[in-house]
Design a protein around this ligand. Sequence first.
Ligand code: 1GP
Length: 249
Amino acid sequence: MTKNCIFAIVNIYQNILSAREQGKKLLAVLIDPEKMNVENIPAFFKKVHRSIATHILVGGSTDKDNQTENVVTAIKKATNLPVILFPGDVSQISHKADGILFLSLISGRNPEYLIEQQIKAAPILKDSNLEILSTGYILIDGKKETATQKVSNTKPIAQENLELILNTALAGQFAGKKLIYLEAGSGARVPVEENIISLVRKNLAIPLIVGGGIRSKEQLEIAFNAGADIVVIGTAFENDATFFEELKK
Ligand code: 1GP
């Protein structure tokens, strides 16, 4: 019997929807298995737990040493926060996580990341208990060539091209995505602009994730106030874990 057809427990998405209804903003900490040493995870999570972080994302454009499984296992031991895979490809699926952003790179025109990787993932997900969160992933120019751009061999949309960004997000919603992710790319020099976030938020019925290049409390608040339901931060925590202190509960 296939687990995900019958027994999928819907709760990560329901919690995101409830938070949105209550005006509660969510912060996801992104952990890249290529950059996180498993031994450092318990100490890292002591800091995470003192902060306003609500979700953990695990993934990267690549995972050359196949560390995803080990990293997810260690994270699950260290926290009760929901752990969601944010995979660069089908090799980065761990059954030990709670959910998965089932991404389709809808800003790009590379069939490999629009549907091919998803077809490869389907038989693995069919037999898992992972909550599948269908996500329209939109790469926006963060003024730096990012790993996502290189690996996916797609071009980001210029920040000035508001119409294309909005129409891409709407197309994702109409195609049945549960979430839209506006991504400036890990380590972006410029995060997704406030006016883009507010335009997309105003026109979209589904929750909005924003990430890439957010390095300060001020930038986080700008993204939240503009309408991001979930903000994802990775690099800033990797570079300086004292940033968690600035984001105390
Ligand atoms: C990248 O949106 C995430 O996929 C987070 O980006 O690493 O720049 O915080 P940063």
